[in-house]
Ligand binder design. Structure first.
Ligand SMILES: [Fe+2]
Length: 417
């Protein structure tokens, strides 16, 4: 109760501190637009705060009403990010003004108030509102259109041990579809399938998490993903959610088995060949490379994730091939079991969704919430001669959107060095 009261007090304070920026900026506006803007800000922010808090507190009552849960998650995160960004810019501005004030006091100079101070304060408030506005706009876009803004990323890799006939091999990787989150909204993913087909890949690989909780979510999508075409073949593995991981404590070993085998059966109806702790040999002009797929193996200090993945078993009796590709859902598998331990040239993973939110300047800088949980959370990594690529996923989960972290289709092109 005390904690809840403190949170309420702190949140109300932050909303009012953010409101102060609006108050300053609208000071010279004419009466009607000024009043309307100020009242609209206060009513909207407190409405979202009170309703999302109420639904969160009564989680058990509303947890099965998906629209309300989505509203709560989006509302709470958008409100927090918008208000906090306004407050942080204002706070920086206020601290600078305070510092200037103390400096003048220390030098026993006369403090000039009015004109300049007010201009500076208005400038800071405008900056704060602009940043808040960008945040608000980004979240509204990300939860409506941005989550379907498919982005093709090209990853070119060269290997000196790649057999010559595989030079220029094109592999399209997709991951983390989480089909249950699309609520049978087929059109965006149909467009994604067309985009992928235009890439004319030799192979398409899916690196796990077809569903959120159970295999029935994927049934309506069979015809959509059957249309996904590769020149040669399509392969898939399972992710932690494909074992019913999203259902938490309800799960027994038997129900995990039922769900994972159900997901695999549906993926096969989508014309994917499953690699569940097994391998296949890809052949071209008499030359061969190995493609290995493991079941989910994920590390967390709490032991949260399934650890059925077994590279040793998957690569058992594999022909002696000069080059190996591994499909493994969780990138921690690479760190713990593959890197420096197994003779795997390229590992393709997913799982992190790139955090679904982030700030990125392509090629220069990228930060995401996933960075706090995963050392290797998105994109290409290399240690020695071993490569890992972590796909940012196509779907979304819990937070029904993507902000600054678009859904990804990766085109890997393998060249002989
Ligand atoms: Fe996932």
């Amino acid at each position: 109760m005390i904690v809840r009261t403190l949170i309420t007090f702190a949140t109300s304070f932050l909303i009012l501190y953010a409101y102060r920026a609006l108050h300053i900026v609208t000071k010279k506006w004419s009466k009607l637009p000024r009043r309307f803007t100020r009242i609209a800000f206060l009513v909207l922010t407190f409405f979202v705060y009170i309703t999302t808090t109420y639904i969160s507190v009564n989680f058990e009552t509303y947890k099965d009403t998906e629209a309300l849960m989505n509203y709560t998650i989006v509302g709470a995160i958008t409100l927090s990010v918008t208000v906090l960004s306004i407050c942080i810019i204002q706070l920086i501005g206020d601290l600078i003004l305070l510092f200037r004030y103390l400096k003048f006091r220390a030098k026993n100079k006369e403090i000039v108030s009015g004109g300049n101070e007010m201009t500076r304060r208005t400038f800071v408030s405008k900056m704060a509102l602009a940043v808040g506005g960008v945040m608000l706009g980004s979240f509204l876009w990300g939860t409506t259109k941005g989550k379907y803004g498919w982005r093709v990323l090209k990853n070119k890799l060269s290997f000196d041990n790649l057999p010559a006939s595989f030079d220029g091999l094109k592999i399209v990787q997709i991951s983390d579809l989480h089909l249950g989150s699309f609520q049978n909204n087929f059109e965006p993913l149909q467009e994604a399938v067309e985009m992928i087909n235009e890439l004319e890949a030799d192979y398409i690989v899916f690196t796990g998490d077809l569903v959120n909780e159970t295999y029935t979510e994927a049934e309506p999508w069979i015809n959509v993903f059957r249309k996904l075409k590769a020149k040669k073949d399509k392969y898939a593995i399972l992710g932690n959610h494909d074992y019913g991981w999203g259902r938490g404590h309800e799960m027994t070993p038997e129900s995990k088995q039922t769900i994972s085998r159900g997901v695999a059966a549906i993926a096969e109806k989508m014309d994917f060949k499953m690699l569940l702790n097994e391998h296949t040999i890809l052949e071209q002009d008499g030359e061969k490379i190995g493609l290995v797929g493991v079941e989910n193996w994920g590390y967390s200090p709490q032991g949260w994730f399934p650890t059925e993945g077994d590279y040793t078993k998957a690569s058992q009796d594999m022909e002696d091939v000069p080059f190996k590709i591994l499909l493994s859902h969780d990138p921690t598998h690479w760190d713990h079991k593959i890197m420096g331990k197994e003779n795997v040239d390229l590992t393709l993973a997913g799982h992190t969704h790139g955090g679904q939110m982030g700030i990125a300047i392509p090629g220069l800088f990228e930060i995401s919430a996933a960075k706090f949980f995963y050392d290797r959370y998105a994109g290409a990594y290399k240690e020695g001669k071993q490569h890992l690529y972590v796909n940012r996923g196509m779907g979304f989960l819990i937070f029904p959107g993507r902000v600054g972290m678009p859904p990804e289709i990766t085109l890997h092109t393998l060249n002989k060095a």
